[in-house]
Design a protein around this ligand. Structure first.
Ligand SMILES: Cc1ncc(COP(=O)(O)O)c(C=O)c1O
Length: 302
């Protein structure tokens, strides 16, 4: 495990006295970075206990979770299989840097139509694929399950006790659930979903935590999952130049942008100590920059 630390940071274009800190979980492991490390921890342990030989999981072509599972499999002697959203990717996956990296770590892929992917294991099509795989352990999409929640709850430690507000990016809701479980009574979690129309996630999160110590701010999805704007790119680059902390455009960039806007609007009381969790995702920047270059848009600094 690399050295994870909590450091102060500042926001570009915002003067504030508010204590702002970030927990650098992006540094927890060179590839199994951020929340992935914690979400996979007890899933890997369980797969070992059950003497499984293969990890199977689901993800989109730019999924951080797919790359992290490939790396975790390699490190822990499991074969890995990724069930990837979108049949059309079959012919062009070698151009995708995230899938290339997962492949180089030993992962094999099945590319499935989007309507089947949506159903996951309930899809007959996917069930037929699973029947052909020997002795596998299924890690759900985004790695989110109760074992993931247990792992993420350990990310809150002695050093995080002094913070009142903890913020995180939200995808499937596993990470915020883990933070909710691990939080102390005086702590409140604010989640920033990276996808549009994410209100449904509250119900999903409440299946994983009994505590109502969190809320979702739905305003900073920037058009939806993996959608970005020039304003977001400029924010990420300015943040990097000011703090030397890289943010990714799909998750942590949106969360930090949202946090700045909440502070600007006075939506977080000024005496509250804020801790943002850096959940990683930096591996996706290369692929995003490739797409930006194609569209003649400025790149994210890495
Ligand atoms: C970098 C990063 N941050 C946050 C999240 C959101 O995590 P969750 O799906 O547990 O809500 C993800 C999801 O995969 C991610 O890759």
């Amino acid at each position: 495990m690399s050295q994870v630390f909590i450091q102060p940071f500042q926001f570009p274009d915002l003067k504030t006295e508010q204590p702002l800190y970030i927990k650098r979980e992006d540094l927890v492991h060179p590839i199994i970075s951020g929340n992935k490390f914690w979400k996979l921890k007890y899933n890997l342990q369980k797969a070992k206990e059950l003497q499984k030989t293969t990890l199977v999981t689901f993800g989109g072509a730019m999924s951080n979770h797919i790359v992290a599972t490939a790396a975790a499999g390699k490190e822990n002697n499991f074969k890995t299989i990724g069930i990837i959203r979108g049949e059309e990717i079959q012919n062009k996956w070698k151009d995708n840097l995230s899938l290339q990296e997962a492949y180089s770590l030993g992962m094999n892929f099945y590319f499935v139509p989007r309507k089947e992917y949506r159903l996951k294991e309930r899809s007959k099509y996917i069930q037929e694929i699973l029947k052909t795989i020997h002795n596998y352990y299924l890690v759900p999409e985004g790695g989110t399950n109760l074992l993931a929640v247990k792992g993420v709850s350990e990310l809150l430690t002695e050093e995080t006790k002094k913070f009142d507000i903890i913020t995180t990016a939200v995808g499937t809701g596993g990470t915020i659930s883990g933070l909710s479980v691990g939080a102390l009574p005086h702590q409140h979690i604010i989640g920033f979903p990276a996808l549009k129309n994410a209100q449904f996630l509250v119900k999903e999160i409440l299946k994983l935590t009994e505590k109502e110590n969190f809320n979702l701010n739905l305003a900073y999805h920037f058009g939806g999952y993996a959608k970005i704007t020039l304003e977001l790119i400029e924010f990420i680059n300015d943040f990097y130049l000011l703090n030397h902390i890289p943010l990714d455009p799909v998750y942590t960039g949106k969360m930090m942008f949202g946090l700045r806007e909440m502070l600007r609007k006075g939506e977080i009381p000024s005496q509250k100590k804020v801790l943002a969790i850096h959940t990683g995702g930096l591996q996706g920047i290369k692929e995003m920059n490739k797409l930006l270059t194609k569209k003649n848009i400025k790149n994210i600094i890495i």
